[in-house]
Design a protein around this ligand. Structure first.
Ligand SMILES: O=c1ccn([C@H]2C[C@H](O)[C@@H](CO)O2)c(=O)[nH]1
Ligand SMILES: [Zn+2]
Length: 133
């Protein structure tokens, strides 16, 4: 699947966002090695900090269904620049995705920034840092 199609999938996912507080819907589409797409949207909560971002929704759905091999993720929001994933999502992507995995950031105007997991969080804390290993 090409980037353009994955972006369309992310826009589709954005329609399901539950955003009564921010009114800022975000969509994500996560592509597996086998070609399956997991959709994610942001899901907010009256206790704001419990909110789940679109990127993490897609990743947690995939892992919970037994999929762990990912090749790309597209994220879309109505931003001036291509949407920029938050720190928590960058950390979760670093944990669950290959460092060189493609991350396609975009907005409704059609600006596209293609980057990687590693570029979004250089020097991420990872499993090898635990227990002095
Ligand atoms: O990359 C991003 C940035 C923000 N949000 C969500 C979290 C919250 O619901 C709203 C405003 O921060 O947007 C995402 O889902 N992904
Ligand atoms: Zn996030």
């Amino acid at each position: 699947m090409n980037s353009k199609k994955l972006i369309e999938e992310a826009k589709f996912a954005r329609n399901q966002a539950y955003v009564p507080y921010s009114k800022f819907p975000v969509g994500a589409a996560l592509l597996t090695k086998e070609g399956k797409v997991y959709h994610g949207c942001n899901i907010e909560n009256a206790a704001y900090s419990v909110t789940n971002c679109a990127e993490r929704t897609a990743l947690f759905k995939a892992v919970s269904e037994g999929d762990r091999e990912f090749v790309a993720i597209a994220v879309v929001a109505d931003t001036d620049r291509p949407v920029s994933p938050c720190g928590s999502c960058r950390q979760v992507m670093s944990e669950l995705c290959p460092p060189d995995m493609k991350v396609i950031l975009t907005n409704l105007k059609g600006d596209v920034l293609e980057t990687t997991v590693e570029k979004l969080l250089p020097g991420a804390f990872h499993s090898g840092d635990l227990h002095g290993k």
